[in-house]
Design a protein around this ligand. Sequence first.
Ligand code: GDP
Ligand code: GDP
Length: 454
Amino acid sequence: DDNGGWVELREPDLDVEEPSGPQPVVAVVGRPNVGKSTLVNRIIGRRQAVVEDIPGVTRDRVPYDAQWNGRSFTVVDTGGWEPDARDRAAAIAAQAEIAVATADVVLFVVDAMVGSTDVDEAAVKMLRRSAKPVILVANKTDNTAIEMEATSLWSLGLGEPYPVSALHGRGSGELLDAIMDALPEAPKIVENRPRGPRRVALVGRPNVGKSSLLNRFSGEERAVVDSVAGTTVDPVDSLVQIGGETWQLVDTAGLRKRVGKASGTEYYASLRTASAIEAAEVAVVLLDSSEVISEQDQRILSMVVEAGRALVIAFNKWDLVDADRRYYLDKEIDRELRRIPWAIRLNLSAQTGRAVDKLAPALRKALASWETRVPTAQLNQWLTALVQATPHPVRGGRAPKILFATQAGVAPPRFVLFTTAPLDAGYQRFVERKLREEFGFEGSPVEISVRPRK
Ligand code: GDP
Ligand code: GDP
C-alpha cells in the first residue's frame, strides 16, 4: 500500500515538557552492509563499547556521544532489522521513519560500489516526506574511480552525495562539516562555569540560626578575602573558609547587619531568599529542629528545587533535640520531605559546633551530583535493561516505547527520553527513581523530559 509501513501515531499530550536544549541527534540509516556501523565508529572517532558484545542489547537505535569542532551531538545507529517485517522495503521504511522522527539530521548511507537499489529508493521516498535535513552518504568510496561512480547517486534526489570511505576515513572531515552545517544550534561542549569559589546560598526562615552558622565560619574571613584578591565578589556576599576550602556565601549582608530582622516584611525576605538561591549553585536550607517543619520552610525548599539548585538540608539546633522530639521529627521528615528524598540531610548545631565539619563534604557531594554527566552508551545500556524488565503498562491496547535517552545537560542533570508516545506520569517517576538508584545524584534535582516522536 501507498503508506509503505508508516505507523500512525497518537497526538502527543499537551502537557509534555519540551526538553531544554538537548544535544542534537544525528540518525544513520540505510540497508544492511552499506557500512553504517563502520561510519558511526568513524564519526565517534574511537571504539566505544561494541554494542554487539553487550548481551541483550540490540543494535537498533543505539546512541553514542560524538564531537566535532567543539560541538557535541548524539549519533544513533539504526542498523538492525525489524524481525517481523513483511518485506525488506517496508522494514527499511519503518526504520527510516523512526530515525526521521527522532533525529535532527539523517545520514542516509548507500553503497557507492553497488549504486542505488530498489530498497534505497523505498527508503528515500519515506525520508523525503519529512522536513528533516537528509545528508546522502556515498560510502565505500575508497578511491577516485568509485568517486566518479558515486556522482550517479544524484538521481536519488537527495542532493549532493558525500563520497566517504568509512573504512579508511576518506572524506569524513567534509561529511562532518556538512553535518555541523545541518545541525540546529547546539550547546557547546565546555560548560564553563566562572572560575572562583563555589557559590552557596545559606537560607531559611528567621531565627533558624543562619547568622550563628555564618559566624562559625567567619573567623578567618579577612585572610580569605586577601587570598582571592582579584576575584570580583559582590559586596553583599561573604567569602568564608569551610573545610579547608573557600566558598562564596551569596547575599549574607543582611545576616551580618541584622537588617533581615529589623526591616523585612516576609515578602521582602522571600524575594531576597529567591534571588540568593538563583545566584547560588548549591543551597543550604536551615531548619530549626526544635520546631515543626513549617509551610515557610516548605516554600524555601520548593524555591531551591524549582530553581534546579543542589540542596543540603541542615537540621540546626540539634542540641535541643531529645528522644521525644526525635521521634516526632522523624515522622515529620517522612511526611514533609517525601518529595525530596534525594536532598542531603545534616543534623548540626551552630551553637555547639556539632557536625558543622560535615557541611563542606555535603556541599561537595551535592555539587558533584549536580554536575554529573552519564555517558550516553552507559545510560542506554541501563535503560534497555530497565524497560525489558519492567515495560510501560499497556494503555488502550498499546504501550508507549522508550526508544533511547540522552543527557541534555548538567547543573542540574537533565535527561530526554525519546519515545513512541507520551509516558504515564507514574512510569516517568519510576524511571526517575531507578535512574537515581543506578547513578546516584544525591543532593541534586534531576529533570526528565519526554519527547514523543512526531
Ligand atoms: P552496516 O550493516 O550498514 O552497519 O555495515 P557495516 O558497518 O557492518 O559494514 C559492512 C561491511 O562493509 C563490512 O565488512 C565493512 O568492513 C565494509 N565497509 C564499511 N565501510 C566500508 C568502506 O568505506 N569501504 C569498504 N571497502 N568497505 C567498507
Ligand atoms: P537567623 O535569624 O536565622 O540568622 O538566626 P540566628 O543565628 O540569629 O539565631 C536565632 C536564635 O537561635 C539565636 O538566639 C541563636 O543563639 C539561636 N541558635 C542558633 N543556632 C543554634 C543552635 O544550634 N542551637 C541552639 N540551641 N540555638 C541556636
